[in-house]
Design a protein around this ligand. Structure first.
Ligand code: NAD
Length: 495
């Protein structure tokens, strides 16, 4: 099928899907009548209608998840893994997932399709890794007693996902939670619920009913009800710091475990001996990819003064070649729209304030005419360190450039943010690179690359970026609990 046919097929699938939640293995209507218009941000046309759920819908989903919990938790890790592998295969085989992700988030079909193997790999990794749980050695730590650790699921996990990578973020929550034996109630962003509903549909007939449930609706209603729900044992959110705070506050009312993946402001520290071709290519790909709406986006360049002009020139040339487009066209493009008019206006406001703070706009910087929430690839030079642009998350296609002269200055500027999610260093000097990997205060630090994920390694932030760990066996730890069991050993046989 051509991209146009794939997109049309996905659109028909959504048209067939009446506004509904996925609860207990089937689509059920909301207990309320409110709905949400879901739109394509590339053309501002309506893509579908979703339920705007209620607290009663959350109750129903939690009841289904609780009912499914004992059976799912009792399966052997290998038994769960077999089903998760089948789910991963179904994800790989579905063209609708990528199509809806493209239409709803505004990314090109090719970009959305590129994400799918990462999503299925997350399920495969977690399925296998859950069979290898590690604990301290069982042994006689108290006289005449045998101690060992049982690794158990936490229970029902409430997961809340953002709109920038709806499927990938859902996978990063669902896969470790289910692999560890929990059941899940997931709320996608109200802006992008469609692909997650199709994901749930794909699980039908593979996962036992109630193991995965999806309730669509707003954060202030559905999300809040989940955070405070007595029947949910743990909350996991990927989203903004503000939402993270609210989820943690709600969860505190019932002393739930909380797992937060929040915002970021990743510095990219550039020395004169950096591989410039690789650097510019990376900045364009993971600075402007997904229109910069990425918590780890390479959008804050801290560049040695001697190579600032060389970098700006190369970056302006490369960024100026990016094509904009609407996913519905099926055409190739690199720079999609922002998710909403509000997000575009927020980005434009930050660029305008940066200008007032003294930054120089060397590319872009103006909202274009026409339908769609587009903002051009923008480059800001002479960004004032310590200003809003240098410290706050833009979440748009805006690369800001600051300069430094000494290593200590570069490090101080890079670390001068409240977020601590990701950073990269660009130098061929291994000793210098190693020094920076030690001193940068971020949960992922790359040398000579940026936003390079692998399922085996954790994705987790420091500071205001939160404290949950996605990917890797650490995620399985986060989604499981340890129980110490002590048994009498009986009298020694040779006594
Ligand atoms: P958001 O915080 O507005 O929304 C995220 C989710 O939280 C949505 O589903 C929303 O409905 C829900 N929510 C909002 N208020 C809530 C409340 N009171 N209670 C419970 N849930 C609530 O974030 P967004 O705009 O969708 O996504 C962008 C943000 O997500 C950025 O800050 C970005 O950095 C962050 N993000 C982080 C990561 C990461 O891995 N650290 C990945 C992607 C996005």
């Amino acid at each position: 099928m051509s991209p146009e046919e794939i997109l049309a097929h996905a659109q028909r699938r959504i048209d067939d899907l009446a506004p509904a939640h996925y609860i207990g293995g089937r689509f059920v209507p909301s207990t309320g009548s409110a709905t949400i218009e879901v739109i394509n941000p590339g053309n501002e046309k309506r893509l579908g209608v979703a339920s705007n759920g209620t607290a009663a819908d959350v109750d129903a989903a939690v009841a289904a998840a609780r009912a499914a919990l004992p059976g799912w938790a009792r399966l052997t890790p290998a038994g769960r893994a077999e089903l998760l592998f089948r789910f991963a295969d179904a994800i790989d085989d579905s063209a609708d997932l990528a199509a809806l992700e493209a239409l709803n988030v505004g990314k090109s079909y090719a970009y959305a399709a590129y994400e799918i193997p990462f999503i299925s790999d997350c399920f495969r990794f977690m399925a296998g890794a859950a069979r290898t749980a590690q604990t301290p050695a069982p042994g006689q730590y108290a006289e005449g007693r045998l101690s060992y650790i049982r690794r158990e699921p936490v229970g029902v996990v409430g997961a809340i996902t953002p709109w920038n990578f709806p499927l990938l973020m859902a996978a990063w929550k669902i896969a470790p939670a289910l692999a560890a034996g929990n059941t899940v109630v997931l709320k996608p962003s109200e802006l992008t619920p469609l692909s997650t509903l199709i994901l749930a549909d794909l699980s039908r007939g593979i996962l036992p009913d109630g193991v995965l449930n999806v309730v669509v609706g707003e954060g202030a209603t559905v999300g809040e009800a989940m955070s405070r729900h007595e029947g949910i044992d743990m909350m996991a959110l990927t989203g903004s710091v503000a939402s993270g705070r609210l989820v943690a506050e709600g969860a505190a009312t019932t002393i739930k475990r909380v797992h937060l993946e929040l915002g970021g402001k990743a510095p990219v520290v550039v020395f004169p001996d950096a591989d410039f071709d690789e650097l510019v290519q990376t900045l364009v790909t993971v600075g402007y990819g997904n229109a910069g709406q990425d918590c780890g986006a390479a959008t804050r360049v801290i560049c040695h003064e001697d190579v600032r002009d060389r970098l700006l020139e190369a970056l302006v040339t490369a960024a100026g070649q990016l094509r904009s487009g609407d996913a519905a066209s099926g055409e190739e493009f690199e720079l999609g729209p922002l998710i909403s008019a509000a997000q575009r206006d927020r980005v434009a406001g930050m660029v305008d304030r940066a200008r007032k703070d003294g930054a120089r706009v060397v590319l872009g910087g103006e909202i274009p005419d026409g339908p769609g929430f587009f903002y051009p690839a923008t480059i800001l030079a002479d960004v004032v360190s310590g200003s809003e642009m240098a410290r706050e998350e833009v979440f748009g296609p805006v690369i800001s450039v600051e300069t430094f002269t000494t290593d200590a200055e570069a490090l101080a500027k890079a670390n001068d943010v409240e977020y601590g999610l990701a950073a990269s260093v660009w130098t061929r000097d291994q000793a210098r690179a190693l020094r920076f990997t030690e001193d940068l205060n971020f949960g992922s630090v790359w040398v000579g690359t940026h936003l390079n994920f692998v399922s085996e390694m954790p994705w987790a932030g420091f500071g205001k970026s939160g404290y949950g760990r996605d990917n890797s066996t650490y995620a399985l730890d986060d989604y499981s609990r340890t129980k110490h069991v002590m048994l009498p050993l009986g009298a020694p046989l040779d006594a």
